[in-house]
Design a protein around this ligand. Structure first.
Ligand code: NAD
Length: 368
């Protein structure tokens, strides 16, 4: 059996708490012979800054390049609010994404029927929802140059961010979306603002051409990003795969995440190009370090457990185990087990470690 080289970066706040449950699951998979892992661990974010003055060390970056996949917990917190911009905890994350060229961010938004009542939308709108947002992650407004604040002659300041995309950047992210749609419901929505942004015009043109040349079997719809935000809360089940740029993707995927009830449920994957049969990949929960509940043992570990599930699916080809983990999560929820973030008023809640144990026990039943 292949041994999977995993780098674990627990990070800050609830990151280490939820990562402890991933470690338990990895140990269980190893012990039962279901999968074999070689594990490295390092610091990222505020804890890395405290230890070495940078949000990620060169040594950790080396381990990141050597790993088959990375699982990251979360970074940041009020403790580092005053740290210089280029040393902020989030810069550790951005460096990993940029240096490993993780250009495709996959964010599934799945609404488990047992949790439909935790969504802010009506049950019939979200029950059974299963959409995948494919966000471009290394280009666009967050990285475009110039990115600066200049002081004008009249003493005012002028801040500039630049939205910039090239043909190849758009083609490679659109290709990921079309490929994934083929193994789902075969529908891609491409969201941009071609009515007011020249980069949106190029985005639409490139996606249309790529579709005609290589993916005409997939159904393609173009949608303006603002309308897309509206449709996500009006009728989200109309979507299957949604591909969009870095900035719109950030916003649309956060909106989609709320359809499912809680941030604590949502995994994500960031993938790079395939080189010599290996694709750089980082998996992480969508949520942050949740300083308000850190250290209390109450964080929901399902998002990071689901992130390990995505690693098994997209990096290690273990669809059997990835499906098993999803079914185990469903089973635990159907059994009525809830951490605080997904409990209804008055419902009994369990802590992080109990939820991790419950998922492992359920996985044992699923794989038996
Ligand atoms: P957050 O996601 O940390 O928390 C938002 C709310 O959701 C909080 O009330 C929190 O308690 C709750 N929550 C989040 N994850 C949960 C879980 N697993 N279980 C139960 N409840 C959960 O967002 P925030 O408060 O805006 O940010 C806190 C810090 O995290 C900031 O420093 C921010 O920069 C950072 N952040 C990091 C990442 C990342 O590491 N990828 C992402 C977002 C925010």
């Amino acid at each position: 059996m292949a041994t999977h080289k995993l780098l674990l970066l627990p990070g800050d706040g609830i990151g280490p708490e939820v990562m402890a449950e991933v470690k338990k699951l990895i140990a269980w998979l190893g012990k039962t012979g279901a999968a074999s892992f070689e594990i490295e661990e390092d610091l990222v974010g505020g804890c890395a800054f405290d230890a070495g003055g940078a949000p990620i060390s060169e040594d950790a970056m080396k381990k990141a390049f050597a790993a088959d996949a990375i699982i990251l917990g979360a970074v940041g917190g009020p403790k580092w609010a005053g740290v210089a911009y280029d040393k902020r905890p989030e810069m550790g994350l951005l460096r990993l994404r940029k240096d490993l060229d993780l250009f495709a961010n996959l964010r599934p938004a799945i609404c488990y029927p047992a949790l439909a009542d935790s969504s802010s939308l009506k049950r019939e709108i979200v029950e059974g929802l299963d959409i995948l947002i494919v966000r471009e992650l290394t280009g666009g407004t967050y990285f475009g140059e110039p990115k600066e604040v200049v002081t004008l002659a009249n003493g005012q300041k002028r801040a500039v961010d630049t939205q910039v995309y090239t043909t190849s950047e758009i083609e490679r992210i659109a290709a990921v979306a079309f490929d994934l749609a083929r193994v789902r419901k075969n529908l891609v929505h491409s969201a941009e603002k071609h009515n007011v942004m020249i980069s949106g015009l190029l985005w639409k043109e490139v996606v249309t051409n790529l579709h005609k040349e290589k993916f005409s079997d997939v159904k393609l719809e173009h949608i303006l990003a603002d309308n897309c935000a509206m449709q996500l809360v009006r009728n989200p089940k109309q979507f299957d795969v949604l591909v969009t740029d870095n900035l719109f993707g950030d916003i649309l995927s956060d909106a989609a995440s709320m359809l499912t009830g809680s941030l604590g449920m949502l995994p994500s994957a960031s993938l790079g190009a395939e080189i010599n049969g290996k694709r750089a990949a980082m998996y992480e929960p969508v949520h942050g370090s949740a300083p308000d509940i850190a250290g209390k043992g109450v964080a929901n570990p399902i998002a990071v457990i689901g992130s390990l599930g995505m690693a098994l699916r997209y990096s290690f080809g273990r669809t059997d185990l990835a499906d098993g983990i999803e079914r185990a999560i469903s089973r635990v929820l159907n059994d009525g087990l809830r951490t605080g973030d997904i409990a209804s008023a008055g419902q009994k809640t369990i802590g992080t470690a109990e939820m991790g144990d419950a998922v492992i026990a359920a996985l044992g039943k699923e794989l038996a």
